[in-house]
Design a binder for this molecule. Sequence first.
Ligand code: SF4
Ligand code: FES
Length: 364
Amino acid sequence: MSEQLFKVTIDNITIEVPPGTTILNAARKIGGDVAPPAMCYYSKLEGSGGKCRTCLVEVSKGSEKDPRPMPKLVASCRTTVMDGMEVKNITSERVVDARAGVVEFLLLNHPLDCPICDQAGECHLQDLSYEHGKEATRYEFQRRTFQKHDLGPYIQLHMTRCILCYRCVFTADQLTKKREHGVLDRGDHSEIATLIEKSLDNDFIGNIIDVCPVGALTDKTFRFKNRVWFLKPMDAHRDCPTCSGKVTLWNRGDEVYRVTARKDEWGEVEEWICNTCRFEKKKTSDWVIEGPRLINRHSVISQGHYAGSVGTVIPTETFKAVNDGRQPRLLMDIHDISEVNQTGTSLSAIERPAHSTDFNSKKA
Ligand code: SF4
Ligand code: FES
């Protein structure tokens, strides 16, 4: 017997999803702007989500059986769909306003050191502030400071940049054999615990760099060496006994500056990679190059790389293709209803305010 699907409408677009799907994942199926931003949810990490509130949406109709709207905005990464549910994301003024508030909140203690931060250009908080933030802060107090922790030869922790999304904690917990770090204390004293040092001898701990949405955890072998938008991402693989060996190399010329896991369109790691691949294989000869990495993001990384021929997805002609599969709500050929764009039409020849009938010889 085929599974009954739930119908859910998000920003006026209806899709069917299996019961148990979260609103966020249903919205990701539609794609584009309909998918709310997510700073803490990570589909590959169990228990993630529910911390940052960037994914808030308005549920304007609870379900077919109980159509009452939900009184408060809900975290879409933690709320599952009901049959007949109607959700507003970018079409809700309340959501847009709340998201601007969340960005302001996330930036209360976050230093604005993007010009020197290695995450610049691929920072989710940078993208989020650009798309949903306000131009100023109302915060008048000193920002948090922390004691420096040494995380060994490969990973640098900048606790001031951390937004406490818990992704690195879940990564260490679920990918390594012993988790020794977590979030200590509460409120504005919260910090990634000092015992993070102890889990660093694990083969997969380097993945905490990839899951960190901001520049709090960075790669010491790459730090300050280059800006990501100057590098060319290339898919490459090697025969690795520990992980899949499928990575993205970040090259300038023939020099490998950085090795990361491959990330999908939501910025999530496709397959975890081991520390040896990430930190120790920095020669092109270590790898079999597959070709340019497809960067389908709004980030500056995709700017100017492989324009047109290979790699970067360039917009195609059809509206549906550039609109993530969505049909336009209204399409109109201006020539059908007005001659305003005809070359013979001269506005200066009309000695009074122009009217639509001036540009339509068929109608008097
Ligand atoms: S260090 Fe990064 S991944 Fe870890 S909790 Fe902070 S922001 Fe999240
Ligand atoms: S992504 Fe939903 S609360 Fe953070």
